[in-house]
Design a protein around this ligand. Structure first.
Ligand code: 3NM
Length: 214
C-alpha cells in the first residue's frame, strides 16, 4: 500500500480482541463493523481473559480471513511472530515494544504503525521508517489500563505544526461525538475500540462514526 492508500485506510480503524467484545463472538462483531464501514482492523488480543497460544492463533486466522474477504487491511498488535503466522498486512508497535527500525528491517513488506506521544517520538518513528503513527490517548479511556495521560487533539496539532506529515490516527476515548475534533486537529482518521465493540449495534456504531469523521 502506498502512503495515500494508508491515509485512506486509517479513516475508521477498529482495534479489537476477544476481551473487548463482552462475551459476543469477535467474528460477528468484526463482520458487523465491516458492514458498518470500518476501513482498517487491528487484532489486539490483550488484557484480562485474552486468548493464548493456539486459540489466539485460531481466532486471529478467522478475523484475518474476514478482512481479506472484504479488502480491509489486517494489522497485528505488537507480536511479530503472530503477524507473520497470520500473513498480516502490518504490525503496530508501541514505545515499549521492539524498536521500530528493527521491526521495519525484519518485516520490510509490512505496514508498520508506531504509537507516538509527542513530536520527538513522532520524528523518531518517521526516521525509523514507520508508515503511520497512532497518537493517544485523545480522551479518557477505560480500555487500555496503562494508557498515558490525556493530551487531546492538541498533541496532533503540535505534531503537524512540527512538520510531521506521516499518516496519523488518533486513539483513546474516541466516539461519534468527539471524532471530528481529532480530524480537525490533523489526523487522517480515528482508531476506536469500545465505541464499536461495546455498542448494541456495532454496525450502526461504525456507520455513525464514519459519518461523523468524514
Ligand atoms: N491505545 P477505546 S488508548 C489500544 O493511548 C489503545 O495509545 C491507546 O480504546 C493509546 O477506544 C487505547 O475504547 C484503547 O477508548 C482505546
Amino acid at each position: 500500500m502506498n502512503e495515500q492508500q494508508i491515509r485512506q485506510a486509517l479513516r475508521l480503524y477498529l482495534v479489537m480482541g476477544s476481551p473487548n467484545c463482552g462475551g459476543a463472538d469477535p467474528v460477528r462483531v468484526l463482520e458487523a463493523a465491516i458492514a458498518g464501514g470500518i476501513t482498517m482492523f487491528q487484532f489486539r488480543e490483550k488484557g484480562a481473559g485474552a486468548l493464548q497460544g493456539q486459540a489466539r492463533l485460531a481466532l486471529g486466522a478467522r478475523l484475518r480471513r474476514l478482512c481479506a474477504q472484504h479488502g480491509i487491511p489486517f494489522i497485528v498488535d505488537d507480536d511479530e511472530r503472530l503477524a507473520l503466522e497470520l500473513a498480516a498486512d502490518g504490525i503496530h508497535i508501541g514505545q515499549e515494544d521492539a524498536p521500530a527500525a528493527a521491526v521495519r528491517e525484519r518485516l520490510p513488506q509490512m505496514i508498520v504503525g508506531v504509537s507516538a506521544h509527542d513530536p520527538a517520538e513522532a520524528s523518531a518513528a518517521m526516521a525509523a521508517g514507520a508508515d503511520y503513527l497512532g497518537v493517544g490517548p485523545q480522551y479518557a479511556t477505560r480500555t487500555k489500563l496503562d494508557a498515558r495521560e490525556v493530551r487531546g487533539p492538541a498533541m496532533i496539532a503540535r505534531m503537524r505544526e512540527a512538520g510531521i506529515r506521516l499518516p496519523l490516527v488518533g486513539i483513546g476515548g474516541i466516539d461519534a461525538g468527539n471524532c471530528g475534533a481529532v480530524i480537525r486537529a490533523g489526523a487522517d482518521g480515528v482508531a476506536v475500540v469500545s465505541a464499536i465493540t461495546e455498542a448494541r449495534s456495532p454496525q450502526e456504531a461504525a456507520a455513525r462514526l464514519l459519518g461523523a469523521c468524514l
